[in-house]
Ligand binder design. Sequence first.
Ligand SMILES: *Cc1c(COP(=O)(O)O)cnc(C)c1O
Length: 377
Amino acid sequence: MRSFKNPGIVKFLDLGWQTKKVLPEVKRVWRNQLTNSSFILSPAVSEFERAFSEFSKVAYCSGVANGTDALEIGLRSLGVGHGDEVIVPANSFVASAIAVTRAGATPVFVDCEPGTWLIDVSGIESAISPRTKAVMPVHLYGQMASMGVLRTLAEKHGLFIVEDVAQAQGASQDGKTAGSIGDVAGTSFYPGKNLGAMGDGGAVLTMSRDIAERANALRNYGSAVKYQHPIFGFNSRLDSLQAAVLQAKLRHLADWNAMRRSQAEFYVDALRGEERIILPVVGEGNTHVWHLFVVHVENRDEVMQKMEELGVQTGIHYPTPIHLLGMYEHLGHSAGAFPIAEQSAKTAISLPIYPGLTQGSQFRVVRALRKSLGLGH
Ligand SMILES: *Cc1c(COP(=O)(O)O)cnc(C)c1O
């Protein structure tokens, strides 16, 4: 029960506000789609692909079933597969590595750098072997990894760059958008991403016509022409109903990213100067889109528990670095292999940040965090 003494909880994520904004348009388009029974690779999908490629400033976009598939199809469209190694940050969502494994290759992990928690580009060169085919920068939490350094390394060693843009739709670095720099990029439209569907979805982005054609075939049983299957493929297409949702939300994405940016500024202003709170660092030249606002504190679990008791939900991204997950036990990494990622797993706490989060709620988040750390007002 809500009373005026208990104003309810601040949710870690609430998509209701976004849904309300697009519902009339989505309902109208869905009604047409239902009338026309146009469900698979309909014009709604190609229209969204065109709009999203324009937004991302890339030449080609292929809508696929989810972000993990987008990355796998991206890797496969470059010919990355069995016997190959792909460099992946240890601090990411597990799906970045799953895509590599699913493509038949082996993920080789690299630690992250403190502050941005993005892949530590200074650790990449020593991870390169004769089998390395690609490096996968993950634009984690909403900002891009150092693409200038990565490009130099990739050129020097003849590696492909596969960008994981799942958390960074609309981010840019020195004027270049996320997904437009690598050979190929994969993104996710999981509902909670900056651009989220009302179900699963993803996309492969590229500047190369060849790669786009392969991705289009791979998502559709290896076929560009019906009943011709020159290459092995999958069934992984962006659903037409989801394309309509994404088309409606895409019109708001720049505004919604701007709201996230001002929410991040609010947190930074309110928490700056507190020794016990490590704030996120924005890399040089980066326009951050704040998919997540991650701070670092000692006694994280206790702080999280106390904040929950004070009515504020938080998250952890991520509680276990990928190299220590059960599914990668066979790779033989032990604790201590990637100390910064392991440290982050122990101290990271994500504060609520999403369009529709009110300033009143942000005040409550700040108060709850300070109180949980035993700090005065
Ligand atoms: C969400 C996410 C993915 C996977 O996307 P799905 O659509 O859930 O398959 C991949 N990488 C990162 C960094 C993500 O955050």
